[in-house]
Design a protein around this ligand. Structure first.
Ligand SMILES: [Zn+2]
Length: 249
């Protein structure tokens, strides 16, 4: 039997329905956020009624893609995780290709990739990956799973969880809302940017950050938006003077 790390290309593949692929992807991303995957959480993520979701989760369990425990929610099996990573690889390669080769802007690629990820052949996807010289991350900073079904582990948290006074770096942003991406871009909140957390508002209040790469620029980020920004704590020294020491205009 093929192990999880072996290339998938040589294996015969039945094609999954679009909705099965969307469910596996949604369960994967909820698991990644550290949440127990409840029917209601999944319904919210997929914008569906909880009733239809529980029926589908049962079918996914029967097909061997998820394990479902009554009071603990759904969890991907090894096979389910492999399928989820396969579809995520397709999505992220498509986004990268659209952005780097066809001139789409980063706020404009997600919807196209959502459609094409189910339709494009493996051959097309792999040709795109090769043309891009096997990119490691998509335009939103998310790691692209390998063809063998592995993905870079990360210890990222969200900006909403970052501690006051910490210096952090934006690694990725959630890409499912074009308006949100444009809003973040206009404020310099992009993957790769370093931030100092000036203040974490209590009771899920706004986060005040100072952009390290644009001296003196302070941004207030609402809690909901901060939850969509994935960050890692940075040990590197600041590259600029703190705002208070910068020369006045
Ligand atoms: Zn996307």
């Amino acid at each position: 039997m093929a192990g999880a790390a072996s290339p998938l290309s040589g294996m015969p593949r039945r094609s999954l329905s679009r909705s099965v692929e969307d469910y596996l992807k949604a369960i994967y991303s909820l698991e990644e956020q550290g949440d127990a995957v409840s029917t209601s959480g999944l319904a919210e993520a997929l914008e569906l009624q909880p009733g239809s979701v529980s029926g589908m989760v049962k079918r996914l369990a029967e097909a061997g893609y998820v394990e479902h425990e009554r009071y603990r929610g759904a969890r991907l099996t090894q096979e389910g995780r492999r399928e989820a990573l396969r579809i995520i690889r397709r999505h992220r390669i498509l986004e990268t290709y659209l952005s780097e080769r066809l001139g789409f802007s980063w706020d404009d690629v997600h919807e196209e990739a959502e459609r094409l990820e189910h339709a494009a052949s493996d051959r097309l996807i792999e040709s795109m990956a090769a043309a891009l010289e096997y990119p490691s991350h998509d335009p939103h900073g998310a790691p692209i799973p390998t063809r063998g079904g592995t993905v870079e582990p990360n210890s990222w948290t969200t900006l909403a969880q970052a501690e006051t006074g910490s210096r952090i770096r934006i690694r990725a942003v959630q890409d499912d809302d074009s308006d949100r991406l444009r809003y973040m871009e206009a404020r310099g909140l992009l993957p790769g940017v370093f931030l100092i957390v000036e203040r974490q508002g209590p009771f899920n209040g706004p986060v005040t950050v100072r952009l390290d790469t644009f001296p003196g620029t302070i941004q207030t980020v609402g809690h909901e938006l901060a939850r969509k920004i994935l960050v890692e704590t940075s040990d590197a020294p600041p590259t600029t003077l703190p705002a208070s020491e910068a020369a006045p205009d």
